[in-house]
Design a protein around this ligand. Structure first.
Ligand code: MG
Length: 215
């Protein structure tokens, strides 16, 4: 018998809540808006990406309306400028605190991010400033969230590849929809439009040891 809670009416708070892994950037935080501004200011060609232009997870692969993109080699400086000067400008998604509070009644919310180490303190400040509830905060290298030593039952991501890595471990994956994370009709990753839909899906998640086979 595992420790996961049933979906029944019992609300015994002494029972362990199953953990879920929630990404910060472009899931809780509207990071893309700020990042595109930083790219505009710091890329050599002042690449002016619109939201719809970001059809790849890697910004340097995306072209603006004029067909411009920046070189992969420029990314480190852009990412550094973003981390050093812009983290606190980012706004949370609408009502995300409200939804996370509801979700926290059923799950232990673990936040995971691949932000640069220098952004850790401001990330904590930002989470506190916006009243984001969470149980634990993980800083991990990009693409390694599925290796966090927790028995996550679900993960919420905007990075499709990270989503598939979670799924390979039997974890249910929800992608908050963005132009860069489209999936085919038979993908096991569940793409949701907004936090309202995400909360509904999470609260109705069937509890099993492995998410494979759940559609
Ligand atoms: Mg993200």
């Amino acid at each position: 018998m595992n420790s996961r809670r049933s979906t029944g009416a019992s609300d015994d708070m002494s029972q362990t809540k199953p953990p879920i892994c929630v990404d910060i950037d472009n899931v809780i935080a509207k990071t893309d808006e700020v990042m595109r501004k930083v790219i505009r200011a710091h890329s050599r060609l002042h690449v002016d990406l619109a939201y719809e232009d970001v059809v790849c997870f890697e910004y340097w692969m995306c072209r603006d309306r004029a067909g411009r993109r920046f070189d992969k080699g420029e990314w480190a400086e852009i990412h550094r400028a973003f981390t050093d000067n812009h983290l606190l400008e980012i706004l949370p998604f609408d009502n995300v605190t409200h939804h996370l509070k509801i979700i926290s009644g059923r799950f232990d919310v673990h936040l995971a991010t691949s932000r640069l180490d220098d952004g850790q303190e401001e990330t904590r400040v930002w989470l506190s400033r916006h009243g984001i509830p969470y149980e634990k905060l993980h800083f991990v290298p990009e693409g390694t969230k599925h290796l966090i030593d927790e028995q996550f039952v679900a993960a919420i991501e905007d990075d499709r590849e990270q989503g598939y890595a979670f799924y390979s471990k039997g974890i249910c994956v929800f992608l908050l929809a963005h132009p860069w994370n489209t999936v085919g009709p038979h993908s096991p990753l569940k793409r949701v439009t907004d936090w309202e839909e995400l909360t509904h899906e999470l609260l109705n998640l069937p509890f099993r040891d492995n998410c494979h086979g759940i559609q």
